[in-house]
Write a protein of this length. Sequence first.
Length: 172
Amino acid sequence: MNNVKGFTLFELLISIVLVGILYSFTVYNFDLSNNIKVNISNLKKKLLTLEYENNVTIKCVEKDYSCFILLDGVIQKEKLDSLFQTKPIVYAYNDLFEKLTFEPLELETLEWHNVVFEYTCNSNRKCTESIISMNDKLYILNDLKIKPTIIKNKEDVVDYFQDKIYEVRDAF
């Protein structure tokens, strides 16, 4: 009797395919977040996935509304071109509608550009709070939420802040 034990060709092929799949997951970085188009709704989520020590800032310039990412103050090569198609109006995070202005940004070409939008998250994951007026909507960037609250008109912003006051009072 020939009683030789071993693997069949089919078992060997399955083993090789499984090892190949596991190897591809360990060697290659499948970062699907880079393929996602960044917009105002997922901006905070995108910025918090980046690696930084102190803070990450995005600054969008008036020239073509392209947005530059700064990790700990250093401008990165990656730009966000799809965040704004029109100039956003940025207000302070309150119901007084005080327009915010930002310091100009100097690029590597030694040109200064007017900044129309700036958003910063620090190492504690706390991000700046503001209200953005864009495309007939108001986006309230609140530090407690990943996605902004969308409001249709300015009068509703007063109600939004009044509701927040009541929430705080009810908590105590």
